[in-house]
Design a protein around this ligand. Structure first.
Ligand code: FES
Length: 85
């Protein structure tokens, strides 16, 4: 079972979070900051910091540390839309 992250298949068991699945696949960042486009991934891991935002099935600002990675989901890098360096 897989979901896609920026078009790349990522394994999931249908129970782990998107952050857990991405980390298990060796992917450590999935958001870029508005200022400086700095990479961000997981920080607190418990839904507090909002560092881990991703776009899931077209819905922006989903916390990867809380949302379960379901088979077939389309997960994309969350770009805050700021100026690029
Ligand atoms: S890592 Fe902090 S909210 Fe997800």
């Amino acid at each position: 079972m897989t979901f896609t992250f920026d078009g790349r298949p990522v394994p999931t068991d249908g129970r782990r979070t998107i952050a857990a699945a991405l980390l298990a696949a060796g992917i450590r960042s999935w958001r870029r900051t508005r200022v400086g486009a700095r990479p961000r991934g997981i920080f607190c891991g418990i839904g507090i910091c909002f560092d881990c935002l991703v776009r899931v099935n077209g819905t922006p600002s989903q916390r990867a540390c809380l949302v379960v990675a379901r088979p077939g989901d389309v997960v994309e890098t969350h770009d805050d839309g700021g100026p690029r360096p």
